[in-house]
Design a protein around this ligand. Sequence first.
Ligand SMILES: NC(=O)C[C@H](N)C(=O)O
Length: 364
Amino acid sequence: MTQPDNVCVKNGIVSSFTLESTSPNHKPRVKILGTGGTIASKADSTTQTAGYDLGLTIDQLLSQIPDVTQTCDCFYEQVCNVESTEVNDKILALLHRKVVESLADHDGVVITHGTDTMEETAFFLELVINSQKPVVLTGSMRPASALSADGPMNLYQAILVAASKSSRDRGVLVSFNDQISSGFFISKSNSNSLETFSGKFGYLGNFIDNEINYFYPPAKPSAVGLIRQVISRESVLQSPDWPRVAILYSHQGFDKELIRLSIEHLGAQGIIFAGCGAGSMTAETNEYAFTLWKRYGVPMVYSRRSNEGVVPRRSLPKIEGYSEGSIAAGYMNPQKARILLQLCLLHGITVDVIKVVFEGVFGG
Ligand SMILES: NC(=O)C[C@H](N)C(=O)O
């Protein structure tokens, strides 16, 4: 899975050499970790922008961008080469390890990643990486073979972001389509558009003529401090079995038995509802979820199926005794709520503390 690392992008050409021979002049050292996604994909023709396949490695992607050696020394490593829907607990744990290792002797890290689940990886890394150095995710919406492919510019800009001192202390970033955003907040909003990371939260800066402009001084998402008080044992990430958390999507005619099946047959230790509106599920579903909470002690987190918005505590079902087992996801979408709940469960945190974490995070 892993390939030899250590590469320098020189005069637009990627050439290998050893780590020791680099950085005589203290240029920032940037490590680029390739994981796959559309940025590493090819289609049969230059006009095909759907139905393409993975086919490029990180060294090939680096060979397509302009010279950055005036700015930094770049090194690369292929961590995996998959569609981002294939990213799972094992890959996240591996990526966490690679980022920690890379930060030890580099000034910043870039991760090329599929856009479909980039927000989950970015959110996860924000919660588990404690560093002042920038960790920057990027990818593309068009395959590398397309006319006006967006990957090369995105990768180029992400490297500049990772190499820049102005990116320190800002947490995990997503650099995409001339915008720099907080990986903690960002969410993919469009299945096809180049401007897919255009949500209302998390937009921190942009590129104009390849100059980085941050709108605010450095800051990390305010919730991270609280989360890291309870989720700080990075060693647990290497445990082979992460707790299962199921996301159940609400719709007219929702079948409440899905909750029981998730717990009894799939071993879910937590449930996230992608509820209608501000987290609504049917009255029957809520009663049943309460019964299952009492029986199994599995926390029920109420999030929303709408792209944006909040599930406040007040929207939780008004069922006596259920306030202990039901949790509002606040601003968190189901996929981010799932990562947070999974990490809490992995740390063996009790439901009453998990509730406090969610309350402190996004107004949940
Ligand atoms: N634009 C993309 O990167 C989608 C992609 N196929 C992925 O791995 O998520």
